[in-house]
Design a binder for this molecule. Structure first.
Ligand code: GDP
Ligand code: MN
Length: 388
């Protein structure tokens, strides 16, 4: 789950990461009042769950309370387009007003999970304020990494190593090391999958602060972070994912392709997506329907998939173990009757009650394209999508 910058900064600050003073404003008048409190010079920042706000015009420097009020008017309600929002952009509903910082250097600092190592890694770069993906592509040597043992936590020698790499020596070393330790503490305690500060700034008066903050929390750990779960902003999430979650379909992730997938089992779902790609197509979603012996869930899932305007074909790949193929078949039939537009469905069904499932589909008279195995199913789905 993603949270907003101002929320991430609040969490980081609770663990001792220095952040600029500021708070959210609900109106231009409030923006003016906050700017007054903060000494007049502020930054007016759009809060959306996407980066690149600065370049998109969502971060404005204001040098007086009146300018802050004006900037609030420009940013609040704007449709902010960044490289992460897609072409339609994201409407700005929340605006953060913060004191301006006299920036000397912009750095990059983040903690994330290193999947290959199975451990957290702290990443840092002197090229802050830029897209880290760009830095990684153009100058991979400019990114420094230290692997963290989750049992012993973030050790002081790791902080010193990163500080030397970043040139944070002398007086800066102590506050920078403390900030790194605090960042790791916040990351670990929140069950975050990412805690990123870009830019981390060194000010002209020698302070080190998080000027921006981004945190992603592991969904599987949210049950033990009720306080963080309350920060969920559904307006920032994909509507089809929100609907799926509300209907108890938790493993649904929207993607950009045109072949919808209904599969049971996460591993089979991954294999199905690979097969679609191998056959030259692109999946429109990841979906693990799990052991859903529940017709309604199958119908809900198929309808959510079918409402995606990109979807031109649906591939159903079910291996009935505990799941019953006849229940899935009933779901496919009911969903096809309810779909607003006719979308070809390719079904590869195997396992428990497969004969009964086959019979139901045959007798429904609906045009379900049958496939014998996964490779065949993927090929037929790609053909159906192309033909549509
Ligand atoms: P992002 O574009 O979504 O990553 O938003 P950021 O919060 O990182 O802000 C973008 C850029 O605005 C930063 O890299 C800074 O260059 C600039 N900026 C943000 N806050 C301040 C500030 O207090 N003072 C100055 N001078 N620049 C700032
Ligand atoms: Mn940033």
């Amino acid at each position: 789950m993603k949270i907003h910058e101002f929320q991430a900064k609040q969490i980081l600050a609770n663990y001792g990461v220095p952040v600029p003073k500021g708070r959210v404003a609900a109106s231009a008048d409030e923006a003016r009042a906050i700017a007054q409190e903060l000494g007049g010079k502020v930054v007016v920042k759009a809060q959306i769950h996407a980066g690149g706000r600065g370049k998109g015009g969502g971060v404005k420097l204001a040098n007086s309370p009146d300018e802050a009020a004006r900037a609030f008017g420009q940013v609040h309600g704007m449709q902010l387009i960044t490289h992460q929002t897609g072409p339609q952009g994201q409407k700005v509903k929340t605006v953060l007003i913060e004191e301006q910082m006299p920036i000397d250097r912009e750095l990059y600092l983040a903690v994330l999970i290193d999947g290959a190592a199975g451990r957290p890694v702290m990443m840092a770069s002197a090229a802050g304020g830029m897209d880290i993906e760009d830095v990684a592509a153009k100058d991979p040597g400019a990114i420094f990494r230290v692997s963290i043992d989750p049992v012993t936590g973030f050790q002081p020698h790791l902080a010193r190593e990163l500080c030397f790499s970043l040139g944070l020596t002398g007086e800066l070393m102590k506050p920078a090391s403390q900030l790194m330790a605090a960042l790791y503490a916040a990351f670990a305690a929140s069950d975050a999958s990412l805690a990123e500060i870009n830019p981390l700034v060194v000010t002209k008066d020698g302070r080190v602060l998080a000027l921006d903050a981004k945190m992603n929390i592991d969904d599987n750990a949210l049950f033990r972070h009720k306080d963080i779960e309350e920060l969920r902003d559904k307006d920032e999430e994909d509507p089809s994912e929100v609907e799926a979650a509300e209907k108890g379909i938790s493993n649904f992730i929207k993607l950009d392709g045109n072949i919808g997938c209904l599969v049971n089992g996460a591993g089979l779902a991954m294999a199905t997506m690979d097969s679609i790609k191998f056959a030259g197509g692109e999946p429109a979603n990841f979906l693990d329907i799990a052991t859903a012996n529940d017709v309604t869930k199958v119908v809900d899932a198929l309808l959510i998939i079918s409402r995606d305007p990109n979807v031109k074909a649906i591939l159903v790949n079910i291996f009935g173990g505990m799941a019953r193929v006849d229940v899935i078949a009933e779901g496919i039939i009911q969903a096809q009757r309810k779909m607003e537009k006719a979308i070809p469905v390719v079904a590869r069904l195997a396992g428990t009650n497969v004969e009964e499932g086959e019979r139901l589909i045959r007798e429904s008279g609906l045009p379900v394209i049958r496939a014998d195995d996964l490779g065949d199913a993927a090929k037929k789905a790609v053909e159906a999508a192309r033909a549509a």
